[in-house]
Design a binder for this molecule. Structure first.
Ligand SMILES: [Fe+2]
Ligand SMILES: [Fe+2]
Length: 315
């Protein structure tokens, strides 16, 4: 039962929050019992599918080299979610405050959302340890979750919710379009992202509701500043992608077991950066639902500013 709302509060779609709670309870999974199930990774298979890793573009690499590069990218993919979930969980718990004495379905949905993101971070720390057991030493995940979260959370809530909505929509698209149907991907790796996708499906709905609610509260000047914040956040994500793609290329060259020509190393580095930009920025920007939501909130001029900032990344 939801509490009566004062006329000063924006409309809260209690039934939609309640539906997210219901599904969240029904599909709730446990890391060991449902996902890992005593298994370890089979390094004979790829991790990140070609549709995301783009390793099939590097035709001078052997099949073994391509598989290794997909495993390195798959390890980074898990670490990247562990990274962003640090600020997502914190922001969601912060936003839940607005429902403390309001709609109790909304409060429960957001508390469950936060709890699930804390569990996902634990899952991705497990995946990192399991990858480390089966791969040579020397891998580095460059960004530090708390430092990144502190910088992100210093930006306006509108911008953080926009970035979060974008991330959680591309999580769903990646699983549906690239991970689910790829027969060359490790069964355990696929299972991790199947379970992640199931809980993320509710998160994407909640992101949208909270982002729209936040948007309704903003005066035009505040929204204009928030657009600048979003542009800064996308620039910061791209900085992380540049550093991590360089680190992952270096690790690949060190462990691939054969000398590589400078021109080959450059091609690997450029392809890994293009793959990371596709995974973490471009694939999400191109999701129609994200574009509809964003364009429904901003002016054409603000849209042009965002487009100009994205242009070098999309190219
Ligand atoms: Fe998650
Ligand atoms: Fe999520």
């Amino acid at each position: 039962m939801s509490a009566p709302q004062s006329s000063l509060q924006p409309h809260v779609d209690s039934a939609r929050y309640a539906k997210c709670v219901e599904v969240s309870k029904r599909i709730r999974w446990d890391i060991d019992r449902d996902v890992i199930r005593g298994r370890s990774f089979d390094f004979a298979n790829r991790f990140l599918p070609d549709g995301l890793s783009k390793v099939d573009r590097l035709d001078f690499l052997t099949a073994n080299d391509q598989r290794l590069l997909s495993q390195i990218q798959g390890r980074t993919y898990a670490n990247m979610f562990g990274l962003v979930e640090r600020f997502i969980a914190a922001k969601v718990l912060e936003v839940s405050r607005e429902h403390w004495l309001g709609d109790q379905n909304a409060l429960e949905a957001l508390v469950r959302f936060g709890d699930e993101e804390i569990k996902h971070q634990e899952l991705f720390r497990r995946i990192e340890r399991m990858c480390a057991e089966g791969m040579p030493e020397g891998y580095t995940f460059v960004p530090e979750p708390n430092a990144v979260a502190s910088a992100v959370l210093a930006k306006s809530t509108w911008a953080v919710l926009a970035l979060t909505c974008h991330i959680e929509l591309f999580v769903l698209a990646h699983y549906r379009e690239s991970i689910d149907g790829d027969k060359n991907v490790s069964e355990l790796w696929k299972d991790v992202f199947l379970h992640h996708w199931r809980e993320e499906s509710q998160h994407a709905i909640l992101d949208e509701m909270e982002w729209v609610r936040e948007n309704a509260k903003l005066a035009p000047e505040a929204r204009d500043a928030a657009v600048d914040d979003l542009i800064a956040l996308v620039g910061a994500v791209d900085g992380i992608l540049q550093a991590q793609s360089a680190a992952d290329t270096h690790y690949f060259v060190e462990i691939c077991g054969r000398p590589m020509a400078a021109v080959e190393i450059e091609a690997v580095k450029a392809t890994v950066l293009a793959a990371y930009r596709w995974q973490y920025i471009v694939s999400g920007v191109q999701i129609p639902r994200f574009g509809q939501l964003l364009n429904g909130m901003i002016t054409p001029q603000q849209g042009e500013r965002i487009g100009a900032a994205l242009a070098p990344i999309m190219a």
